[in-house]
Write a protein that binds this ligand. Structure first.
Ligand SMILES: [Zn+2]
Length: 253
């Protein structure tokens, strides 16, 4: 078994780098993290917390990136194609987050709840964003977060086919529900200690950027929680991306 794993680990980059018709579908290639279609609610690596920011890219991303960098923290951004603005108009901050080592995941093209849609419609929501990721970042994410956390119906089956791991959370800041930053902070302090966490936030909420994030970075440090990407907190540090979809050269939605 060890030799098989070793060979896979050594050969996988070669396989992914070779764009031949005979290559296995890279989206479906075995990797070290959870299998495609798996729904993930918590980190597994001890003493880690994955801070996740949904719904961007948006105008507060730069401030969040600065705070993360000052704290030596990595985070995960689940971004959409069109929810707050066209992703291409926000490509500078998206590229900056990617270049800084934060994880970029898919949050669908338009942010419709997926559980009530057809498999074909769900697939379109994912592939339109894959094209934008190809054009802007040159990669395809392997982790996604379903809009509104709705992972029922055909969602898991379609994500298995498309090669995505599904990420929800175990701590909901409820910033989306317009609670105060203090109320969000209480959600984190109430979380069970000795456990690794995935925290849900939204980069589009002003007080999340201005108040919750600085508090959280300090809180996690005092708790001895290492702030890492979702992929890293699942023991899949190098598995956040796979071969990009075909580039189209598009620059607008
Ligand atoms: Zn969302």
């Amino acid at each position: 078994m060890f030799s098989a794993v070793f060979l896979l680990t050594v050969l996988l980059p070669t396989v992914l780098a070779a764009p031949t018709a005979s290559s296995a579908n890279p989206a479906l290639t075995a990797r070290s993290g959870p299998a495609a279609g798996t729904i993930i609610t918590q980190c597994t690596a001890p003493n880690t917390i994955a801070l996740t920011f949904d719904d961007g890219p948006w105008q507060y991303e730069g401030a969040i990136l600065s705070a993360l960098e000052a704290a030596g923290a990595k985070a995960t951004f689940f971004v959409t194609g069109t929810l707050y603005n066209c992703i291409y108009t926000q490509s500078t901050s998206l590229k900056a987050a990617f270049a800084a080592g934060h994880q970029i995941g898919s949050h669908t093209w338009t942010h419709k709840s997926l559980d009530s849609q057809s498999a074909a419609s769900i697939t379109t929501e994912m592939t339109k964003l894959e094209t934008a990721f190809a054009n802007i970042l040159g990669v395809k994410p392997t982790y996604m977060r379903p809009p509104n956390g709705r992972a029922g119906g055909p969602v898991a089956g379609v994500m298995k086919t498309l090669g995505y791991r599904i990420v929800t959370w175990d701590i909901d800041s409820e910033d989306w529900n317009k609670v105060s930053a203090a109320a969000s902070e209480a959600k984190f302090t109430a979380a069970s200690s000795g456990t690794s966490h995935i925290g849900l936030m939204h980069e589009t909420i002003p007080t999340t950027s201005s108040t919750l994030v600085p508090w959280l970075l300090n809180w996690a440090k005092t708790k001895g929680l290492k702030m890492v990407t979702v992929a890293e907190c699942l023991g899949d540090k190098d598995g956040a991306y796979t071969t990009a979809a075909e580039k189209t050269g598009a620059t607008s939605c």
